[in-house]
Ligand binder design. Structure first.
Ligand code: PRP
Length: 211
């Protein structure tokens, strides 16, 4: 049996992904016992090697075949694309893309072009284009909720999970854009070359209980 390299998104998604793998009976003691900042974690049985990466990099590693599989949010796939197969909705990391702003914010076209702050300029660009609204998209790296508070933008397009960050900052959802969750992605060549191993893994994940 050939070893599989699986890239996991570091951070919020990491624990949920480890739980899903554990429930599926996949070897992941190397992950649960991991401490410190080690980025490559090998199952002692030699069947699986996990690597931890930032979300957009998970797609890049899988796209180039440096990893056979990856666990990454649909938000990242929608923003960055990538020539990979998306084969399973893991049902974790559930959240949604929303447009948010102050309760009295109107996104109706007016004399002034609306400014939208976002970590997802490609998604925002497509969304507002489809709506036929010509907006000015301002790229922000994080804590996007700050932008309307400081008057940098009229609204934001961002992820809401619990809604707590919006609420705590006096913002509300103006429009729902898309439902999101984490996906299992596969390198195109690995899908052929390691078909048996990937199928076995997917069957286990498919059979495992998901939240
Ligand atoms: C995300 C997102 C929101 C927040 C939403 O940011 O951009 O800010 O989580 O979650 P909530 O609805 O549960 O409050 P993240 O915590 O990933 O950090 P960042 O803004 O620094 O990227």
């Amino acid at each position: 049996m050939e070893a599989l390299t699986i890239a996991l998104t570091k951070g919020r998604l990491q624990n949920d992904a480890v739980n899903v793998f554990k429930q599926a009976g996949l070897p992941c003691d190397c992950l649960t016992q991991a401490s410190g900042r080690k980025l490559v974690l090998e199952d002692p049985g030699g069947d699986i090697r996990y690597v931890l990466a930032k979300a957009p990099d998970v797609v890049t590693y899988v796209e180039h075949g440096a990893a056979d599989l990856g666990v990454v949010g649909l938000d990242t796939l929608m923003e960055h694309g990538g020539q990979v197969y998306e084969i399973l909705d893991l049902g974790i990391g559930r959240c949604r893309f929303v447009v948010a702003g102050f309760p009295d914010t109107s996104l109706e076209p007016g004399p002034k072009q609306k400014r939208i702050a976002t970590k997802y300029p490609a998604v925002a660009g497509r969304y507002f284009k489809e709506k036929g609204l010509n907006v000015n998209i301002i790229r922000i790296e994080g804590s996007v909720e700050l932008a309307p508070l400081l008057g940098l933008s009229d609204a934001i397009l961002d992820i809401a999970e619990t809604g707590g960050t919006l609420r705590d900052n006096g913002l509300v959802v103006l429009e729902g854009v898309a439902e999101l969750s984490a996906r299992l992605i596969v390198n195109i060549a690995s899908m052929k070359l390691k078909q048996k191993e990937i199928r076995r893994l997917v069957e286990r994940l498919w059979g495992g209980e998901r939240p």
